[in-house]
Design a binder for this molecule. Structure first.
Ligand code: AP5
Ligand code: MG
Length: 219
């Protein structure tokens, strides 16, 4: 099964992609995570992407398309993948169509996570992640079971993202509405789009997505 999670910054794409990938044995492909890893590793790609990410703008299409193309070619993606944060422009969507067609693969479903704008700001400003394994948390909505200890790996160190500040978030939202939101119409027209209510609590959003996936499997 090959899926796309679509939604504005803070909608819950990463949270839901991790849950669905784990329950279905799919690979989560987050271009944001890949770019942050490149920044951390200090590669040439990371050096180029750092300033763009910190501004809240989009990295050029050809850069992210190349990353996804190379990643999908790896055998662990044969069982299927969830794209989280890609595609983000109509150009990226067209490139994805081409690279899937070239491999004889298809897109099963695009799931749009719908969230009110005001809630996005609250979600992003409260977000943090384990410094060791990357598991995601929130000050109010998703705290570790034992305070200060990662549920997944037991680490006691946590990080906040450099682009999760008020100024950058405004630019990220603007980039979403200008460049990414046209994809909603693009995938609707292709008959691939379904919505979930992203204002519901995290486990309920996961259940809504599971119901959509059950329909895909049954079809
Ligand atoms: P990226 O990392 O993709 O960031 P984003 O799209 O801005 O989305 P986020 O990761 O902020 O949000 P999310 O939807 O994953 O939400 P999460 O699950 O964490 O991209 C970062 C940057 O990289 C971009 O700005 C761009 O510069 C560059 N980039 C990446 N891909 C690119 C591409 N394809 N092309 C060009 N440039 C690209 O949830 C947020 C918080 O809310 C968490 O704390 C979570 O616990 C909480 N939460 C989640 N769901 C709920 C819920 N239902 N109720 C309450 N709280 C919830
Ligand atoms: Mg994310």
């Amino acid at each position: 099964m090959n899926l796309i999670l679509l939604g504005p910054p803070g909608a819950g794409k990463g949270t839901q992609a991790a849950a669905i990938a784990a329950s279905h044995g799919l690979i989560q492909l987050s271009t944001g995570e890949m770019l942050r890893a490149a920044v951390k590793a200090g590669t040439e790609l990371g050096r180029q992407a750092k300033a763009v990410i910190e501004r809240g703008a989009l990295v050029p299409d050809e850069v992210v398309v190349r990353i996804i193309d190379e990643r999908i070619a790896r055998p662990d993606c044969d069982r299927g993948f969830i794209l989280d944060g890609f595609p983000r422009t109509l150009g990226q969507a067209a490139a994805l169509d081409d690279l899937l067609a070239a491999r004889g693969r298809q897109l099963d479903l695009v799931i749009e996570i719908e969230v009110d704008d005001a809630a996005l700001i609250e979600r992003i400003s409260g977000r943090y992640a384990c410094a060791k394994c990357g598991a995601g948390y929130h000050d109010k909505f998703k705290q570790p079971k034992t305070p200060g200890v990662c549920d997944v790996c037991g680490s006691t160190e946590f990080l906040r993202r450099a682009d999760d500040n008020a100024e950058t978030v405004k630019n990220r939202l603007m980039a979403y509405y200008k460049e990414t939101s046209p994809l909603i119409g693009y995938y609707f027209a292709k008959g691939k789009l379904k919505q979930v209510d992203g204002m519901a609590p995290i486990p309920e959003v996961t259940r809504q997505i599971e119901r959509l996936l059950a329909d895909v499997v049954a079809a």
